[in-house]
Design a protein around this ligand. Structure first.
Ligand SMILES: NC(=O)c1ccc[n+]([C@@H]2O[C@H](COP(=O)([O-])OP(=O)(O)OC[C@H]3O[C@@H](n4cnc5c(N)ncnc54)[C@H](O)[C@@H]3O)[C@@H](O)[C@H]2O)c1
Ligand SMILES: O=c1ccn([C@@H]2O[C@H](COP(=O)(O)OP(=O)(O)O[C@H]3OC[C@@H](O)[C@H](O)[C@H]3O)[C@@H](O)[C@H]2O)c(=O)[nH]1
Length: 343
């Protein structure tokens, strides 16, 4: 039985996987569902999963923040399927693993229709757990560092219960993900479902929406367009940024390993938003201005993952530092914006 190192053993054994898994003469491909697979992290995950020719990948997405364009290299591939589907509706597909990512992640998008964000987190996760129960699939939830809210301990390890405003403008996401984690553990204890929970810290890289609103994409797009970098006040708030290929590696290790989690996956390198702006300015456009602008309510003041568990239980740690990741993302943004580097 998988464990997170704590005493969370389930009452029942997990459901049996498909009989094909035990077939003597026929080795079926691993069928993997990725919800939210047309989004930023999801599409990179799909690319990695598709590299293994023993994997069949099914993506479901409602294209709220994702795009078919992110998956176009796989259209027509015999091991790939794309379904337009909203996870708040039930779904029945025969799969062995479910990577459940579907949920808008950028604050401006998750606040846009907060009731829908809660439904996506709660009803969407219930639906995917129901599917996992029915077909005996292992399911991984992409939870978030936002479950720690505005953390009062630093860095954050997985034993910290968090400091979350239950009625604020970010609660649809923070509390939604907290309920999603609760549902995962209740299905695990009550029905023996094999679960994995990743608590993802801020992730960046190619394919982020250019007008996504998140800080790294904002600063890079602004620097390329010669627009001032908008540091939200006070500018001393911190974040820790993980490059997307490291993130995907961590998610796959978690899925394939024996630990339920929750496990923090993120890069412990910590920067204030002013430092991030300085870094982007230096790397992309030394002439660009940095200005300060108003912030939004309940913005966490500090965030940095303690990744002891990821290191010891998954043998994982990030390999790409911010100063190497920013130029990789710049290349992608320049080609999509059609703005080449100044001579
Ligand atoms: N990127 C980060 O920094 C970060 C940090 C913590 C957690 N996460 C989590 O990782 C996951 C992916 O994040 P991302 O950065 O790739 O975001 P994203 O917005 O690029 O991707 C989310 C995908 O889910 C789809 N989606 C949203 N609601 C849906 C619904 N109801 N039904 C079906 N599809 C739906 C979107 O269209 C999109 O393709 C999310 O669960 C997010 O909460 C991301
Ligand atoms: O233009 C900007 C945008 C943002 N910021 C600041 O940058 C920091 C990070 O903001 P982002 O919007 O990128 O992301 P947040 O850290 O608030 O939320 C993020 O973290 C956890 C994930 O689950 C969420 O999906 C993700 O968006 C905040 O302090 C914000 O005030 C700026 O200074 N300027």
């Amino acid at each position: 039985m998988a464990s997170n190192g704590d005493n969370n053993a389930s009452a029942k054994p997990p459901p049996e996987p498909s009989p094909l898994r035990k077939a003597k003469f026929f080795q079926a491909n691993m069928r993997i569902l990725v919800t939210g697979g047309a989004g930023f992290i999801g599409s990179h995950l799909v690319d990695r999963l598709m590299q293994n020719e023993k994997n069949e990948v099914i993506v479901v997405d409602n294209y709220f923040t994702g795009s078919k364009d992110n998956l176009k290299q796989w259209f027509g591939h015999p091991r790939f399927e794309l379904i337009r589907h909203d996870v708040t509706e039930t779904l029945l597909v025969e799969v062995d693993q479910i990577y459940h990512l579907a949920c808008p992640a950028s604050p401006i998008f998750y606040k846009y229709n907060p009731v829908k964000t809660i439904k996506t987190n709660v009803i969407g996760t219930l639906n995917m757990l129901g599917l996992a129960k029915r077909v005996g699939a292992r399911i991984l939830l992409t939870s978030t560092s936002e479950v720690y809210g505005d953390p009062l301990i630093h860095p954050q390890d997985e034993s910290y219960w968090g400091n979350v405003n239950p009625i604020g403008v970010r609660s649809c996401y923070d509390e939604g993900k907290r309920v999603a984690e609760t549902l995962m553990f209740d299905y695990h204890r009550q029905h023996g479902i094999e679960i994995r929970i990743a608590r993802i810290f801020n992730t960046y890289g190619p394919r982020m929406n250019i007008d996504d609103g998140r800080v790294v994409s904002n600063f890079i797009a602004q620097a390329i367009r010669d627009e001032p970098l908008t540091v939200q006040l006070p500018g001393t708030q911190t974040r820790s940024f993980c490059y997307v290929s490291d993130m995907v590696d961590g998610l796959i290790r978690l899925m394939e390993g024996d630990n339920t989690g929750p496990i923090n996956i993120g890069n412990p390198g910590e920067f204030t938003m002013l430092e991030l702006a300085e870094n982007v300015k230096e790397l992309i456009n030394p002439d660009v201005q940095i200005i300060t602008v108003e912030n939004t309510p309940d913005d966490p003041r500090q965030r940095k993952p303690d990744i002891t568990k990821a290191k010891s239980l998954l043998g994982w740690e990030p390999t790409i530092k911010l100063s190497d990741g920013i130029p990789l993302m710049e290349d992608d943004f320049r080609s999509r914006l059609g703005i080449s580097r100044k001579k």
